[in-house]
Design a protein around this ligand. Structure first.
Ligand code: ARG
Length: 456
């Protein structure tokens, strides 16, 4: 028991069950031990712990860590309020009265804020690594499909021809922004609240620079009241998860669409699809659907914390204990979804020739015909109108654009000549793109090269 001097009775059992965070903050065990070890070493440096006391304490903490990872120490959630009190109590069992010196100049408020920041920093590093691995998978697949033509869409209506590689590279861009966002969160998380005490520091000469350095933070936080109250880094982290999951959800949706019989553009690998218990023919994209679906709970986690923090007076309030489950859940969902996406990209096969025939003379070359007229000196608004008539004529005759004769085109406008028919050809369509950032295969290959050097 960490407190109790002023109490006559112990906490009601149901109240204990209601308030204990041990069942989930057990996740922070390694970080908590790291924080305690750094704190003890600092206490020894400033003469509050003797050398012997320090080595006893550090050895005890190490034992708890090992016991826990070996599954030999499983503290009871009905006995302890949280991981911090459970560890301190176990330390007492292991090393006796010296354990009582560990909490000198420290509160669980700065302790939890510090451990939680350490956990978040690790989570950020591991997500960033996963994002890079996912990018590499996309690049590997892109390399094979710089000339694989497909329709690009707006409003989910055929718009202009693009390549499969170009489409995948759009996701590589999105993932890069996700990494940048995480880097920002890392910077925001990278200050140590240890030594801030309950809210206002200590009368003991604690050296915060020592613990800051030992724990690998770049600086100590500079206002104790803010450091204890602050959970902005949690919200920033959750928001990075939100946007990352939104990107994953969009790719999931596309993988699902592309793998339908109607679209028939990709086949997902067996190892990332499931069958139906009733319909023998089915191959379902469950991993993509679940990744899309989990985006909902990740958004919910952000909303939970934003709402919980709103209106809290400074500094610590027990409400803030609610910050942990949502972040653990968002991290897990995001990390798992990233693994699923990478796996699906690595194992899918592409029906390369799917669109070649079908796009021949497709209406998605209408913009290109309008641009052909612009080169001939027709103002774009006028050429847009002329091509509208061409599309109407093709529709009325129930033919595709390339099946219109030059006479039919000339009937609409005398400016047309044979070379106009060239723009209806699917073959070479991608190479006709001239602008930087377009699906021109030469440019896409340059981009892939750029990304590969950047990511390695
Ligand atoms: N379990 C608490 C939390 O996660 C630890 C801090 C408790 N502080 C306190 N003064 N009761 O927020």
């Amino acid at each position: 028991m960490l407190w109790g001097g002023r109490f006559k009775e112990k906490l009601n059992d149901t109240a204990m069950e209601f308030s204990s965070s041990l069942s989930f903050d057990i996740n922070l065990i390694n970080e908590d031990i790291q924080v305690s070890t750094a704190h003890a070493e600092m206490l020894a440096t400033i003469g509050i712990l003797s050398k012997d006391e320090l080595s006893e304490m550090v050895a005890g903490l190490e034992t708890i860590k090992n016991e826990s990872s070996a599954g030999k120490w499983n503290p009871d959630t009905l006995e302890y309020e949280d991981i911090h009190s459970a560890i301190e109590s176990r330390l007492g069992e292991l090393i006796g009265a010296t354990a009582g010196k560990l909490h000198t100049g420290r509160s669980r408020n700065d302790q939890v804020a510090t451990g939680f920041r350490l956990w978040t920093k690790k989570a950020i590093t591991s997500l960033s690594e996963q994002l890079s691995i996912f990018q590499e998978a996309l690049l590997l697949l892109s390399e094979k499909h710089t000339e694989t033509i497909m329709p690009g869409y707006t409003h989910l209506q055929r718009a202009q021809p693009i390549s499969f590689a170009f489409h995948l590279l759009a996701y590589v861009e999105m993932l890069e922004r996700d990494k940048k966002r995480l880097q920002f969160v890392l910077d925001e998380t990278d200050s140590s609240p240890l030594g801030c005490g309950a809210l206002a520091g200590s009368t003991l000469p604690l050296d915060r620079n020592i613990t800051t350095e030992k724990l690998g933070f770049s600086k100590p936080s500079s206002n104790a009241l803010d450091a204890i109250s602050d959970r902005d880094f949690v919200l920033d982290f959750l928001n990075a998860c939100n946007i990352g999951m939104m990107h994953i959800s969009r790719l999931s949706e596309e993988l699902i669409l592309w793998s339908t019989t109607e679209f028939n553009f990709i086949k997902l690998g067996d190892t990332y699809t499931t069958g139906s218990s009733l319909m023998p023919q089915k191959k379902n994209p469950d991993m993509a659907e679940l990744s899309r679906g989990k985006t909902g709970r990740v958004y919910g986690n952000y909303t939970a914390i934003a709402t919980m923090m709103k209106g809290l007076p400074l500094s610590y309030n027990r409400d803030m204990q609610e910050d942990k489950e949502p972040i653990f859940d968002s991290y897990k969902s995001y990390s798992q979804a990233l693994a699923m996406m990478t796996g699906m990209i690595n194992t899918l096969s592409v029906n390369e020739n799917r669109f070649i025939k079908e796009l021949e003379g497709d209406f998605l070359f209408a913009t290109e015909l309008a641009e052909w007229l612009v080169i001939k000196g027709v103002p774009f608004r006028e050429s847009h109108h002329i091509v509208g008539e061409v599309v109407k004529a093709a529709e009325e005759n129930d033919v595709k654009l390339h099946q219109l004769t030059i006479e039919q085109l000339k009937n609409i406008n005398s400016i047309f000549d044979e070379t106009a028919l060239e723009v209806f050809k699917a073959d070479g369509a991608l190479y006709r793109k001239k602008t930087y950032g377009s699906p021109n295969p030469d440019m896409v290959r340059t981009e892939i090269k750029k990304w590969k050097t950047k990511i390695n």
